[in-house]
Design a protein around this ligand. Structure first.
Ligand SMILES: CC(C)=CCC/C(C)=C/CC/C(C)=C/COP(=O)(O)O
Length: 282
């Protein structure tokens, strides 16, 4: 990406971005002699060289070398890279900047002194409602108490889904290693070491996956179904309000949790498998 310095000096000298020898953009002065590689291709006519500069990058590709020359000066490859932002690179950096800015602005319960600090205890209750321990304990208890084969099957698969979620999120966090927002206070209860990382939000994956699971396997009245959806949304949103996560951590977490439910359906433990598992335990 062109540095502000590069941009301002380019503006002063009337330079324009143009193609380097390897199809990347360099800054070339319109008022000075064009670089030799442009002159080589166009003879000694600077106007023709300027016209070539507006060609599509794909047409220029393939004529490259590992260094590029500007005004007769050899520039190392890395210097040219700084002047050659790709569209995806710019889009990602912009998204990241918006994400950081928005997450900071929305972290209104990040501490007691924050603008909505008084509702922090309530947000922490929402946090506990989406924590792994109550869900694992609840599913294990329901499995133990269930006296129908269908109920046992559903609860065993919910347990399997919760463990799968912990593993997949743990692996993802360990690979991506994104730090939590700077304004987060690390006062969460019962965390693994990978929970020091931010991407994706484990609460968001669990909320999305469990909401889909409950809606698919429990017979619930319409108001309860709405409540489940509202709960899942609120768990995700509360992560940003508490300052625990960036907006993108939660958005990706929701998508990952939604997809994880598909995986659970694919890996669904059947009654036959259940019988043999119970038989082995007895
Ligand atoms: C039985 C057993 C080993 C349970 C472990 C449950 C546990 C400690 C889950 C971690 C839940 C947690 C704090 C996730 C972090 O969520 P984020 O939304 O902050 O990523």
């Amino acid at each position: 990406m062109p540095s502000p310095k590069a941009r301002s000096s380019a503006a002063r000298s009337g330079s324009v971005p143009c193609a380097g020898g390897n199809g990347r953009y360099e800054f070339v002065s319109l008022s000075r002699t064009p670089p030799p590689h442009l002159l080589q291709r166009q003879g000694s006519d600077p106007t023709a060289a300027r016209l070539r500069a507006s060609e599509s990058p794909s047409r220029r590709r393939g004529s490259g070398s590992s260094t590029s020359s500007t005004g007769g000066q050899q520039l190392p490859e890395e210097d040219c890279m700084k002047l050659n932002p790709s569209f995806i690179g710019i889009a990602l950096s912009s998204l990241l900047a918006i994400d950081l800015w928005l997450s900071k602005r929305l972290g209104v319960c990040a501490c007691e002194d924050a603008s909505w600090g008084s509702v922090r205890p309530l947000m922490k209750l929402v946090e506990i409602s989406g924590h792994g321990i109550p869900w694992l304990a609840g599913a294990a208890y329901c499995l133990y108490k269930s006296d129908s084969a269908a109920g046992q099957e559903v609860m065993l698969n919910l347990l399997m889904a919760l463990v799968l979620d912990l593993v997949l999120v743990g692996v993802m966090k360990a690979v991506v290693r994104r730090r939590r927002p700077a304004h987060n206070r690390m006062d969460m209860f019962a965390t693994f070491s990978v929970d020091g990382y931010s991407f994706p939000s484990g609460h968001a994956t669990r909320a999305a996956m469990c909401a889909r699971f409950l809606l698919a396997h429990l017979v619930l009245a319409a108001p309860l179904r709405v409540l489940v959806l509202l709960w899942a949304t609120f768990v995700g949103f509360s992560r940003v309000l508490l300052g625990r996560h960036h907006v993108t951590d939660v958005t990706f977490g929701f998508l990952m949790g939604y997809w994880q439910y598909n995986l659970v359906e694919m890996l669904w433990l059947s009654p036959v498998m259940l019988q043999s598992t119970i038989g082995q335990l007895q």
